[in-house]
Write a protein that binds this ligand. Structure first.
Ligand code: CU
Length: 236
């Protein structure tokens, strides 16, 4: 019995140790220059959606700049440096919700094979129309509040190549990126991001924004340490 268990325990100990040695990358995304003017979204086309917003227009979400010049919805990911390294599969269920006739989050990043639960939290019909370069297409209606479905994406997908749209509400749009590693994060409401369990090494990080394009930087991650990397998008 012990003879059979030992190799498994050894593998567990080794891999556990390997992952524990990772470092952390954290930072903020800044914007400088002339903000992009986006057109407010009117939902008058669907009364039920419009009513959920009290008849008011909604910010398009394409460019969400904070008062301290930090930017939301920026995807930061390792463009190079991950080859030959071991990454713990991410199996946490990522959620893409439809609430207020809007996708939440707007920018979603997952690891290959990670489950993505797509929910409808609205009391009306949404149509989840996914198109991509590497992960096919699907088009599924979710007519009721509480509807759920789970999908996995098995092939890497760079930001901008895979989108969710709703055929009922043309203003609805979310972006999906898929990576064969776990060195990625999306800047949150305060414009900051944190990437944990990063194997030591040197990486080229790219920051992607749907309207501003990309900026990149190199970072070296050391075991058990935190590397600070800030990004800045400039628009004149
Ligand atoms: Cu919809």
């Amino acid at each position: 019995m012990f003879r059979g268990m030992l190799p498994a325990l050894l593998v567990l100990a080794l891999t556990g140790d390997l992952w524990a040695q990772g470092g952390t990358i954290r930072g903020k995304v800044y914007f400088e220059g002339t903000p992009i003017r986006t057109r407010p979204v009117s939902m008058k086309q669907d009364r039920a959606c419009d009513a959920l917003h009290g008849g008011k227009t909604v910010d398009s979400g394409e460019f969400v700049l904070n008062a301290d010049n930090t930017l939301q919805n920026v995807l930061i990911y390792a463009k190079s440096g991950t080859q030959g390294k071991v990454f713990r599969p991410v199996r946490t269920v990522a959620v893409l919700d439809q609430v207020g006739c809007w996708y939440t989050p707007r920018v979603l990043a997952v690891m290959t094979g990670q489950p993505v639960e797509i929910r409808n939290s609205d009391p009306l019909l949404h149509n989840v129309h996914f198109t991509s370069r590497n992960n096919g297409e699907f088009n599924i209606g979710q007519p009721n509040k509480g509807a759920k479905m789970t999908r996995q994406f098995d092939k890497p997908e760079l930001p901008g190549t895979a989108t969710f749209k709703c055929d009922v509400h043309p203003w609805m749009r979310a972006y999906l990126a898929v990576f064969d590693h776990s060195v990625f994060a999306v800047s949150g409401q305060d414009g900051s991001f944190t990437i944990r369990n990063v194997p030591p090494g040197t990486y080229t990080l790219e920051a992607w924004h749907e309207r501003l394009g990309t900026v990149s930087q190199t970072v070296t991650v050391r075991s058990g340490a935190t590397a600070e990397v800030n990004f800045k998008f400039v628009r004149r």
